[in-house]
Design a protein around this ligand. Structure first.
Ligand code: PA5
Length: 446
């Protein structure tokens, strides 16, 4: 199997028969999701995306990635939230950890730099310094086309491109991924004649990694997007049956719900590989934005191990018992290091000649058992290889699981009303036209 899901270490937390008892509720959640009768059903086109996508656009994405590779050393990918996290996770997962820091000569694809995901001038200046006088292009991604963070960054890089290449030639270096009809970015892209890619109507930001939102940056970074889609398509086929005994993604959703009801309200997605750190960030949005509403939901966090075992590992082992962990690991290491043989006695003699992947594996097994003994339920998601196919498969595993999980918890997993509150206040404080009374009210409160 492409992905294995191991729940054997849940036995001291979940009683026999508990999973089976979830079946009727899972059936209900499944029909809400698949028949489009659940809340937010307008945003469930991602379910069939791996098999029903725009093939012409897909070919244009590949052509654009080739063009970027031929005329740019750097691609600045501008976006935030769902318009950024998936691409970043995939680019990290499919490359060496320090790939973006390698010299141009040591890289086969352009350097991918993510901008517009914060409001820091310092960060933006450091990107400008990093680009230096090298050739670059920009992929600006915003479904609404109005999000402040990417809009500011885009202004800066648009101006830089225009200064460097002239207004007309700059247009050839800007790729806009946005709504097919609406929004400020759509209007601008039409006017300026940028190459455009679409964020489909029925796919929310956090489910958009397998659309142009993720695919163009991933392809530009040298990722095999055909394999990515093929893996996701296989998962779409494998996770179509609502029977919990046959569907491990649904099992994951059901176990999360069982644990949540027992008071395990925080889930740590754990990895032992720095190239999986950003996958955790993508997952945090997928879970947090889908499920954290109506005063409910599992709080999604990550554990980057063994690093974090030396920081909040103490808490996981002995702190408040409201945590559970989902370990994501890859069976075959991409590359490995053999621990050198030495005469000097540094206490590591028993490990010499072993591989680091073996030590890492023992660390993850040992930690898992220790955490289970400490009262932390653990599940394991394991994929065989760290490649595009397996990534596509795993992305779909977590996406389909969150759809089911959200309905099991009685919320709409596909909206995000809470994201607006900070934006409203920010606009008020910045004096955006239309927010005058809020401006006064907030300034008085500060
Ligand atoms: O999932 C979401 O809706 C958000 O995280 C958005 O993706 C994020 O706010 C960016 O929005 P947009 O693509 O409209 O710029």
């Amino acid at each position: 199997t492409t992905l294995s899901f191991d729940t054997s270490k849940l036995s001291s937390f979940v009683n026999e028969g508990e999973l089976e008892m979830m079946q009727p509720m899972v059936n209900m959640a499944d029909s809400l999701l698949r028949e489009g009768t659940g809340a937010g059903s307008d945003y469930t086109d991602w379910i069939k995306l791996p098999t029903e996508y725009d093939h012409d656009e897909f070919a244009r994405i590949q052509a654009a990635a080739k063009k970027i590779a031929s005329d740019s050393k750097v691609l600045v990918v501008i976006g935030i939230g769902g318009s950024y996290l998936g691409a970043r996770a995939a680019v990290d997962f499919l490359n060496d950890y320090f790939n973006s820091a390698y010299s141009d000569a040591d890289r086969t694809a352009p350097q991918i730099i993510f901008a517009g995901n914060n409001i820091s001038g310092q960060y933006l200046n450091s990107i400008i310094k990093l680009i230096g006088d090298r050739d670059f292009s920009v992929n600006v991604i915003s479904k609404s086309g109005t999000t402040t963070e990417p809009a500011i960054a885009f202004r800066v890089f648009k101006q830089m491109l225009e200064k460097k290449y002239g207004v007309e030639a700059a247009k050839e270096r800007i790729y806009a991924t946005t709504d097919s009809k609406r929004g400020a970015l759509k209007t601008l892209a039409d006017e300026e004649g940028y190459e455009e890619f679409v964020v489909p109507d029925g796919v929310g930001g956090r489910f958009s990694v397998l659309t142009a939102v993720g695919l163009l940056p991933i392809a530009a970074a040298g990722g095999d997007i055909e394999q990515l889609m093929a893996g996701a398509a296989q998962a779409q086929a494998d996770y179509a049956d609502a029977d919990l005994m046959k569907n491990e993604a649904y099992q994951y959703a059901a176990y999360r719900n069982i644990l949540y009801r027992k008071g395990y309200t925080t889930e740590l997605l754990v990895n032992y590989e720095p190239t999986l750190v950003q996958f955790g960030e993508w997952w945090k949005q997928l879970q947090g934005e889908s499920e954290g509403k109506d005063g409910k939901g599992i709080f999604p966090a990550t554990g980057n191990f063994s690093t974090d075992l030396h920081s909040f590992g103490q808490y996981i082992q002995e702190g408040r018992r409201n945590l559970f962990e989902t370990l994501v690991r890859v069976t075959e290491p991409v590359t490995d290091v053999t621990i050198p043989t030495m005469d000097a006695d540094d206490g590591l003699g028993y490990l010499q000649g072993e591989t680091m992947s073996y030590v890492n594996r023992m660390a993850s097994d040992g930690t898992l058992l220790a955490h289970v003994d400490g009262g932390v339920p653990n599940m394991v998601v394991e994929i065989e290889k760290q490649d595009a196919y397996h990534l596509g498969y795993m992305i779909y595993f977590f996406e389909i699981a969150v759809g089911i999980s959200g309905y099991l918890n009685g919320i709409n997993p596909f909206n995000q009303p809470g994201v607006e509150a900070y934006k409203k206040n920010m606009f008020g404080l910045l004096g955006k036209p239309g927010y005058e009374s809020l401006t006064e009210e907030l300034r008085a409160r500060l």
